[in-house]
Design a protein around this ligand. Structure first.
Ligand code: SF4
Length: 328
């Protein structure tokens, strides 16, 4: 089956200033550095990694909100039109975004019903009365009450506000949602409700998700496939259940070993320090400065994603040796 959304060798680089005064200079910040992935209709790709690894930039590239420095996004096999073009605006109703902070994503001065119906106005869909009906209907499908139509964001709980954000994203009947840390601003008790809602919506409406999160526990719960990012590159990707059960890349192993319910019986791999700056990516394998298995080859040669026997792909020179040693 051909993918609904496909990223092909995406790069997004920025020119940044470094130092100051006499020592001022310029550097290239490699926010996304050669990322490829596929998302099938009705499926979820989880995108994980530490903060600053390029996940959110990848999410914006996926929707065409920012242009890639090189590479391309494809929707239904076609190259995504340039941002702002009529073709891109028409496509946007099928590709929506759910942000981390529901309060920040909503206008505090407008009733939630008006905000939920707003995308219909933007895309010129339906008459005024139809828009109200569709907004009320979509409110019900995400678990909001019809009488809340005229409420303002500050009158709702955090979980209800995220339902408003979801309703607004869903009203144009998208085929794919990019969910960027959609539950991390919510109380733990509300997180499960929103995750269940996302799963339910996927089952009922066949929506695909690019689910971006640093919370591997949740990503495991919602994803069919998973991609692990480090310093702008994907270092491991494959079937989510496989990757979480038997992580192969040392970075994935460290992340998974830190999940309490999954890693209890497994050797815990502690990562030293923070990731290097994406404006100063180490040569060779960019993870070598924190990897307990690094060799001279790792410090000079960039590993590329290589297919493994179970279908996953891993970018590590020593994956066979280290995986054997650690899986046991
Ligand atoms: Fe570690 Fe080397 Fe593999 Fe990079 S290539 S993850 S440094 S063993």
């Amino acid at each position: 089956m051909s993918p609904l959304l496909e990223a092909v060798d995406l790069h997004r680089h920025y020119s940044v200033r470094t130092g100051g005064g006499l020592f001022a200079g310029k550097a290239v910040l490699r926010a996304v550095d050669g990322v490829s992935f596929r998302i099938r209709a009705g499926q979820t790709l989880g995108l994980v990694g530490e903060s600053g690894c390029g996940k959110s930039t990848t999410g914006k590239l996926a929707l065409g909100l920012i242009p890639p420095s090189s590479g391309e996004m494809r929707y239904d096999g076609e190259r995504m039109p340039a941002a702002g073009s009529p073709a891109w605006r028409a496509l946007r109703r099928r590709l929506q975004m759910v942000y981390q902070d529901p309060l920040g994503a909503l206008d505090r001065r407008l009733p939630i019903g008006t905000q939920i119906a707003e995308p219909l106005v933007i895309h010129g869909i339906g008459a005024v009365s139809e828009r109200r009906d569709r907004a009320l209907s979509i409110m019900e499908s995400v678990g909001l009450q019809r009488h809340q139509f005229g409420r303002y964001p500050h009158e709702l709980s955090g979980g209800q506000r995220q339902r408003v954000v979801l309703a607004r994203a869903l009203i144009t009947e998208p085929r794919l949602l990019v969910c960027d840390e959609p539950i991390s601003a919510l109380d733990v008790s509300i997180q499960a409700q929103v995750v269940n809602l996302l799963l339910d919506l996927q089952e009922r409406l066949g929506i695909a998700y690019l689910f971006i999160s640093h919370d591997l526990r949740i990503v495991r719960q919602v994803s069919h496939d998973v991609a692990v990012m480090y310093l702008g590159r994907i270092v491991e990707r494959g079937d989510a259940e496989n990757v979480f059960a038997r992580p192969a890349h040392p970075y994935t192993r460290a992340l998974v070993s830190a999940i309490p319910t999954v890693g209890d019986k497994r050797e815990r791999i502690l990562l030293g320090g923070d990731p290097p700056s994406p404006a100063n990516v180490p040569p060779g394998c960019s993870f070598h400065t924190r990897c307990p298995f690094a060799t001279a080859q790792c410090r000079s040669e960039i590993p590329t994603l290589q297919p493994q026997d179970d279908g996953r792909e891993v970018a590590c020179h020593r994956v066979r040796e280290t995986a054997l040693r650690l899986v046991a």
